[in-house]
Design a protein around this ligand. Sequence first.
Ligand code: SF4
Length: 382
Amino acid sequence: MARPLSYTQISLYQACPLSYKLQYIDGLRPKDKWYFSFGSTLHLCAEYLFKVKVPPPPSLEALLDFYEAKWLSQGYESAEEEAKYRAYGREILTRFWEIHHPAFRMPLAVEHLFYIDVEGVKLRGYIDRVDKLESGGLSIVDYKSSQNLFTVDDLSQDLQLTLYQLAVQQIWQLPVERLTLYHLRSNTPCSCGPREPAQLEAARRLVLTVAENIARGEFPAVENQYCPCDFPEYCPYYRHQYLAAGPGPVKQGVLPGLVAAEAVEEYVALQSEIKELESRLDELRQVIIDFCQAEGINRVFGEEHAVTYKMTEKTGFDEEAVRALLEPVGLWPQVLGLDPARLRQLLNDEGVAGDIRNRIQALKQVVATFPRLSVRKLTKEE
Ligand code: SF4
C-alpha cells in the first residue's frame, strides 16, 4: 500500500522528483533553516490562540509565554539573528492577538489532520483553520510565514488551498465559500471564493499523476529555483563537484588525456573562438557579395581559391492554390501534417477550451532524445 501523499510532498515532487525521492524515500534529512523554525513557532501560536474548548481565547500574556516556551532555535546563523527574529515574532503575535481576540469566534477545526481518498490515492494534510460562516458554508484559512505578501495569482493558483477545499468538502459535506492565505508577518488575510470544479478536477488529476510517477519510480533531477537543494552530492547536476573534492584522482573525461574539468574549459574557449570566427566569416561573406553585386560579376579570385557568387531560389507553394487544386479530387488530407509550432501556439491560446489544451498536453511524449550541452559562467561562491 502506497504511503499517503501530502501537499508538501506533491509540490516537492513537482519541483524536482529526485529531491522528493532523496527526502521522502531515501530518508535524507534536510538542513535546519531558520525560516522553518520561525514559521513552525508562529503556526503553533496561532493554533494555541484558536484551539480552545470554550471562549475566551488565551490572554496576550499567555500567548507570548507559550511563544517563548515553543521557540525553536534551529537554523539561525547567529545569536543576534535569532534575537532579532524572536523580537519580530513577538510583534507579529501581539498584532495577531489584537486583531483576533476581540472578534474571536470558535472555529470549526484547528490544525485539523485529514486523510482523504483521491481515486485510490491517500492524501493527508493539516488544515490550519476551518471556520463556519453565517451562511452555513465553510471558510479555509492557511497561515503563511513567508516574507512577501501574495499576489492575486498566488491566491488563485495555490495548490494547497485547492487540495484543502477537496478535503474539507469531503469531510464536512458542506460547501466551501471562502479560501484565505493569511500572511502572518503583516497580519493580512488574502481571500478569494472557492475553486471551480475544473480546478478541483485538475488538482485531483495532479495527485493521481504524481502518485503514478512515484509508483513507477520516476525520479529525474529537475533544476529549479531552489537549486542546489540540501542534497547536491546526490544530484547529477552537482555531483561532479563532490567527486572532484573527494579523495583520489578525478575521473577521466571523454577526451583522452584530459580530465572532464579541463575539457569544460577548452570546450567553452573553443565555443567563443567559433563565435568570433563565425562573425568574421559573415563579414567576409558580405564583403564578397557586395563586391560581386557592385561589379556585376559572379566569381572572385584569390591567390589560391575562387569564390562563386550566385543567387539561388528557394521554392515553395501557395497554400490556397494547392488546396483549390487538391481538395476537389480528395488529395488535400494527404499533404496535411502536424505543425508543432502552430500546436504550441494553440496550447497557449486562452481562447481554446482548457480541457482540450489539457488533453493535448497529456498526449505529449518523448519522440527522440539527444545530448545537449549548455554553458553557464560559475559565480564566485560556486
Ligand atoms: S540540486 Fe539537483 S536534486 Fe536538488 S533540487 Fe536541484 S536538481 Fe533536484
